[in-house]
Design a protein around this ligand. Structure first.
Ligand code: NDP
Length: 281
């Protein structure tokens, strides 16, 4: 399985699992827990959640899914900017730990940049690390100038989680290389374009028709993931609400895109020629 190694020496699989909108529906609850369990059993260790997702409902469902396998999970949660003050971060972290029914987070991210000085948020992250409540920290939705500011304050930022998929390639102009040059892992969110029009695009269907996986003919979702994961230092956290989708996403790891595939995808989704402001959802 492709892996990425974080600045603190920890190596994790490059394919993880997102959990936005997970835990919101009683009807989907069992399937969602089963999906995370299936992914974990297959070796997908990284689970991404956030205090914001369903006001803690996502964290609670994740806590339920990992309760007996906590040590095998690389658990990521995020603090919203309105809680990013020194005291706010420390309170929010304890609340997330309670929801997740665990004693520590492997990675704690600032969800996006708000008005609190970064220095204050980073000081809170570092103190949480000293207290053993988190093992590392990072940021999300940070563009190059924000990352430069982070790096001027600390050399400990492990991850920048950003929107990256075929429909949103702006980060290829500068941010992905910048993160690579500073040893910061890029965690691609919404790698499947949120399951929307991207997965219906003829170019993805065309490339999918050229590949097979152990599950059978490849599909557009697998091509979209293989495309994100082709880059070094980039991991992806698709959200899958069914064990079938988790299995499909896992099989994307079997696909190596050829130069011809990449050309087809570049024609349909041209790479950026100039700086584009960082897109976010
Ligand atoms: P994704 O791009 O991961 O798409 C999720 C959608 O794709 C769901 O509708 C899902 O359907 C569908 N899907 C999953 N697997 C397959 C498959 N194999 N075949 C077909 N469809 C599939 O969107 P998200 O926005 O959820 O992004 C992923 C994660 O990134 C989030 O869950 C969250 O953890 C994180 N995130 C972070 C943000 C940030 O600001 N830091 C912002 C947005 C997301 P189904 O549920 O039926 O399986």
């Amino acid at each position: 399985m492709k892996t990425v190694t974080l600045r603190n020496g920890v190596t994790v699989p490059a394919l993880g699992m997102g959990t936005w909108n997970v835990g919101d529906s009683a009807a989907r609850h069992t399937h969602e827990v089963e999906s995370l369990r299936k992914g974990l059993e297959a070796g997908l260790r990284v689970i991404d959640t956030a205090e914001m997702y369903g006001n803690g409902r996502s964290e609670k469902l994740v806590g339920e899914a990992i309760s007996d396998v906590r040590d095998d999970v690389y658990l990521v949660s995020k603090v919203v900017p309105s809680n990013a003050s020194y005291d706010g971060v420390r309170k929010a972290c304890r609340r997330s730990l309670k929801h997740l029914d665990t004693d520590w987070l492997d990675l704690y991210l600032l969800h996006w940049r708000g008005g609190t000085p970064l220095e204050e948020t980073i000081r809170a992250f570092e103190d949480l690390k000293d207290d053993g409540l988190i093992r590392g920290w990072g940021v999300s939705n940070f563009d190059v100038d924000d990352m430069e500011e982070v790096e001027s304050l600390s050399g400990n930022c492990l991850v920048n989680q950003v929107l990256y998929n075929l429909e949103h390639r702006g980060t290829e102009f500068d941010l992905l290389d910048h993160d690579l040059s500073t040893d910061t892992v890029t965690m691609a969110y919404s790698p499947l374009g949120q399951g929307g029009a991207l997965l219906e695009h003829p170019a993805l269907k065309d490339v999918a028709s050229r590949h097979e996986t152990s599950l059978g003919p490849a599909d557009p979702a697998q091509i979209a993931l293989a495309w994100v994961l082709r880059r070094p230092n980039v991991m992806a956290i698709p959200k899958a609400g069914s064990p079938k989708h988790v299995a499909g996403n896992l099989a994307s790891l079997e696909i190596s895109l050829t130069d011809a595939d990449l050309k087809t995808l570049d024609s349909a989704f041209p790479p950026p020629k100039r700086k584009v402001s960082l897109a976010m959802i």
